[in-house]
Each structure stands twice: as C-alpha cells, then as structure tokens.
Design a protein around this ligand. Sequence first.
Ligand code: S3P
Length: 425
Amino acid sequence: MKFSAVKRLRGEITVPGDKSISHRSVMFGSLAKGTTEIHHFLRGADCLSTISCFQAMGVTIDISGDMVTVHGNGLHGLKKPESILDCGNSGTTTRLIAGILSAQDFDVTLTGDASIQKRPMNRIITPLSRMGARIRSLHDNGCAPLAITGTHLNGIHYLSPVASAQVKSSILLAGLYATGETRVSEPYLSRNHTELMLSSFGADVRTEDTTAIIQPADELYCQKIEVPGDISSAAFFLAAGLMIPDSEILIRNVGINPTRDGILRVCRDMGGNIELLNIRDNGHEPNADILVKTSSLHGTVIGGAIIPTLIDEIPMIAALACLADGETIIRDAAELKVKESNRIEVMVRGLSAMGADVRETDDGMVIRGGRPLHGTVIDSHLDHRIAMTFAILGCCAEGETEIIGADCVTISYPQFYQDLKGLIQ
Ligand code: S3P
C-alpha cells in the first residue's frame, strides 16, 4: 500500500475498542456465571483468536457487529478442547490463557503464528511453574507451542523482573484457582485492566503500590462491559494531527486509564496541543474525547515508570521525534525487542531509510529531529503498529512511501486505512 504527503487532516473519528480490555472481557466472561454483554468490542484478529480459543473450550460466544455476548461456563466449566489452541499473533491470548489453563483439570497445547513462536514464554513458565503448574515449551526454546497439564496450584509472591501486564495477568488468573493469596510485584506499574475488570466480576483483587494481590475465587459473575476506544490506536491519529500541517482531529471516546496515558503526557511534553474533553467514567475505566491540533514540537526524554504506560506507542513517538526540533532520548524500553517484531531495530531501520537521524541504543533510541523525510519502501515485518506508524509518516514525507505487509493492521485496527482516508482533505 502506498502513501504520500497530505495537505491536512480534519474531522472526527471513533477508534475501535481497546484491545487489552476486549481480550479480558471475553476471558473473564467465559469464566463467569451468566451472560456477559460486551459493547464496542474490538473485532481485530487478536481478539478473535481469544474468542475462538474459548469457543474451542465449550463457551458459547456470539458476535454481532461490535457487540459480543459471552455465555459463561463458570470458573470451573471450561472443557478440554479437541485440538491445539491457536492464539494466532496474540501475546495477550497466549500468556493470559496459559495462566487459566494451568489450573484446569485437562491438558492442552497452545500455539500461534511464526511471530508468537519466537516470543519469550519463560517469563510466564517460570512463575506459573513456581505455583505448581505443569507447563513446558514443546521445543525447549522458551517459546510456544506450550504443553500444559492442568493441576492444583498454590499462591506465590512473585517479584517480576519486567513490568508486563501479560505476565502479571497470567499469574493473577492462575491465582484465582490457587490455594492461598497470590502477589505479583513489578518494577513499575503496568496496565491494570485485569485488576479493575476482575474486581468488577467479583474477584477479591487489590493493589499496593506496584504489587497486585489476588485471593482465590469461588465464582465470577457476568457483567455488562463498555469497551472504551483504544488509546494505542488513537495514538496514530494524535501523532498525525500534531505533525501534519493545518490539522484538527477530534477522537471520540478514548480510554485514558492512567496506566495507559503516557502518550498524552509525552505529546504535551513535546509541545503538542491536545485537549481532553468530556472526561467521564464508564464504571471502571475513564475515557474522554481528545482534540488534537497541529503543533510545533520539540524533543524530550522518556524513561523509567512512564515506559509501561506507553510501551505500544513508542514506534509512533519515535516517528514524532523525527519531526520535532532537537533531540529525543527513549530509554528503559528493551521490552520493545520482544514485541510482534523487534520494534527498536525495525523502527531505526525504517526511520533511517526515510532520512531521519536515529541511533539504536541497548534499551531504546536517540533521535535528532528536523531532517526532511522522504518516502521509501518499508517492510512492516507483519507488525501492525509498525505498518500504521509508517503509513502516518508516509503522509508527512516527500515522495512515496510503500508499506509491505500493510494488511497486518487487521490485528488491532481493521478500519485504520479507511479512517485515515476519511480525514484527508
Ligand atoms: C498487553 C500488555 C503489553 C502490551 C500488549 C498488550 C496486555 O504487553 O504491549 O500490546 O493486554 O496485557 P506486555 O505485558 O508484554 O508489556
């Protein structure tokens, strides 16, 4: 797919539902008693993988537009699937389901696509095994396929070396079934959707500083869930609105949970004109409309506790930094190397190819903004966030930018190109 410079972006959009919240709503709905109704569900490939895994374990799930109805089987009602569970491209599906499956009374094998089979699973295998789980990497390489034989688990206090909501959530979900309390302490607080949503489903879960604590549950109870728009999807239009001349975009109904809102803080820090309007709470997750206008930007330094709150937005932030005055330093972001692609390497390569001054570091990158960017051919490495980042950058660069593997946006934002086109004037 090809992109070239646009004059301006103007108008309103509603981004699709939050990916993390959509996954969890299906998982917890499946484990709950009764019927869970999910509105503004993200019908992206990743969340559909979660749905098909639970359908394979005997849960009835109906999809109608962006509404999903989950007829829960109760905490102990999952059935042994007839074949291997396929998590597709989804790390969240793989890691969270592994926590649940560790405590069932059947055995199962979990796998996914080529990218998933390269992503690190020891980060969940280690703590789950410490709880008593029988889980192993079939090829002994610390990656999926994972063979899991459900068994009895015991609560632990796990000191996680990484701030990862997937690791934390996997352990907390196992903790629902364990004997005794389960605690997960992280170096920095990662996204807390699991804690918020499990608590509304009736679990006893609380947070002390960067430690999440869960008690075993007897049952979870169905809920009605309004999924807010995904701030990670909104981020592409936030950045586009800031970078592209004469632009003004209203992004409606975006989740602004403080464990996810680092992108807003960074954009403002860089001089971005961003206003939050109509701030509200849908019961559990705060959301707002975001108005963004073209701004002149300057570099910034990002590291430490803010990193988990914007981890998926770093490719777009790196692109923004190329169009900002001065230097931007991104550090403490080594986790980017184990996402759908090695996002440090892939971004540095792509940005450099477009003419940017960018240098890879051990845990991030250093970008000196202000050089004119020119179009080129960019390989997305089938990473949805890389494809969307370079599509936006292609709208700012001189000449033509061609994205290879552009269709991978179906993972998290199937309507992305249509939404972008609708804003071009
Ligand atoms: C997610 C957590 C993050 C994020 C991913 C979704 C989640 O991953 O990058 O896109 O839904 O829990 P890590 O937990 O590996 O940081």
